[in-house]
Design a protein around this ligand. Structure first.
Ligand code: SAM
Length: 280
C-alpha cells in the first residue's frame, strides 16, 4: 500500500506533467463536457458582488473567470492549482479581479477566515489526505461562508468513464486498481465518505444533489479515439503500452462506443454530486 506522501507525489507529478498537458490540449472539448455540471454548481454557489472566492483545482481558470465576473470589481477570486502548465493558461486569460497561485490546495496558507465561498468544479478529488485539505478550506472560510463543489459519483454510475476503460483493459498492461480511499477522479463517489471528510473538517451538515446528465465525448467515434489516452486512467495505461497494444485497445474502444454514436455525437450517461455545506 502506498503512503499518503507517495500518493500525493504521484498526483502532483501527473497533473504537472501528462495529466495537465492532456487536459490543456483537450480543454475545448472538455469544457463542452463539464460545462453544464459547472453551470449548476455556479448557480448553487450564487457568487455575489464584492465576495472573496477561492476556486480549488481551478485548472485553466474557466470557472475562475465566471466567478470573477459574478463578484465584480469589488470582489476577488483566487484560483489555486498544482499544475504550472494549467495555471499559466489561466493567467493568460488576464481576468482583472482574479489571481492565480501554483500550489497544493491541501496545504496552501490561505488567509484565515478570508473567504465567503470555496468553490470547485471537479478539483477536490485528488488529495491524498482529504481531511487535511478540507480542514484547510474550512479555516479559509469566514464563519458564515460556504463550500460548493461538483464531483463525479461512482464509476458504475458513469459509463462515459468506464465503457472505454473496460473495453481497453484486456489489451493493455494491467491497470492498477485504486483503493477506495485513494485520490482520483471517482474518489468522492461514495457520499458517506464525503460526509465523513466534511464532518471531520468542521463543516455544517452538507447537502448532496445528484446531477445526472449525458456526457458528450466527441462528434464521432474517430474523434473520441484521437483523444483517448490523453488523461485519466487510459493515459497511464497507454504510457506503459506498446504501439500494437494501443492499437488493439483503440479498436476495442471503438467497438464499445459505436452503439452510443448518433448524429449528436458520442454520448454516454454521467452522474455527479453537487455538494453544499456551510462553513460551520
Ligand atoms: C479534473 S481537473 C478540473 C480543472 C478545473 N476545475 C475545471 O473544471 O476545468 C482537476 C484539477 O485539479 C488540480 N489539482 C489536483 N491536485 C491538486 C492539489 N493538490 N492542489 C491544487 N490543485 C490540484 C489539477 O491540476 C487539475 O487542474
Amino acid at each position: 500500500m502506498k503512503s499518503a506522501a507517495e500518493l500525493a507525489a504521484e498526483q502532483a507529478a501527473y497533473w504537472k506533467g501528462r495529466g495537465g498537458e492532456g487536459w490543456l490540449a483537450s480543454y475545448e472539448r472538455i469544457a463542452r463536457t463539464v460545462g453544464s455540471f459547472g453551470k449548476a454548481a455556479l448557480e448553487a454557489a450564487a457568487p455575489a458582488p464584492g465576495e472573496q472566492v477561492l476556486d480549488i483545482g481551478c485548472g485553466t481558470g474557466g470557472t475562475t473567470a465566471e466567478l470573477a465576473r459574478a463578484v465584480g470589481p469589488t470582489g476577488h477570486v483566487l484560483g489555486v492549482d498544482i499544475s504550472d502548465v494549467l495555471v499559466e493558461a489561466a493567467r493568460a486569460e488576464r481576468v482583472d479581479n482574479a489571481t492565480f497561485v501554483v500550489g497544493d490546495a491541501a496545504t496552501h496558507p490561505f488567509k484565515p477566515a478570508g473567504y465567503d465561498l470555496v468553490f470547485s468544479r471537479f478539483g477536490v478529488m485528488f488529495f491524498a489526505e482529504p481531511d487535511m485539505a478540507f480542514r484547510n478550506f474550512q479555516r479559509a472560510l469566514k464563519p458564515d461562508g460556504r463550500l460548493v463543489f461538483v464531483c463525479w459519483r461512482t464509476p458504475q454510475e458513469n459509463p462515459w468513464g468506464m465503457v472505454p476503460v473496460r473495453a481497453a483493459a484486456a489489451h493493455l498492461p494491467p491497470m492498477p486498481r485504486p483503493g477506495p480511499e485513494d485520490p482520483g477522479q471517482f474518489a468522492f463517489g461514495d457520499r458517506a465518505r464525503v460526509e465523513r471528510i466534511l464532518a471531520a473538517a468542521g463543516f455544517g451538515t452538507p447537502s448532496f444533489a445528484p446531477l445526472d446528465q449525458p456526457i458528450w465525448m466527441g462528434g464521432n467515434v474517430a474523434e473520441v479515439l484521437d483523444n483517448a489516452g490523453r488523461f485519466g486512467p487510459l493515459a497511464r495505461a497507454f504510457a506503459d503500452a506498446t504501439p500494437a497494444q494501443i492499437e488493439k485497445a483503440k479498436e476495442a474502444i471503438a467497438e464499445a462506443l459505436k452503439p452510443h454514436e448518433s448524429a449528436d455525437g458520442v454520448v454516454l450517461p454521467g452522474a455527479c454530486w453537487l455538494v453544499r455545506a456551510a462553513a460551520r
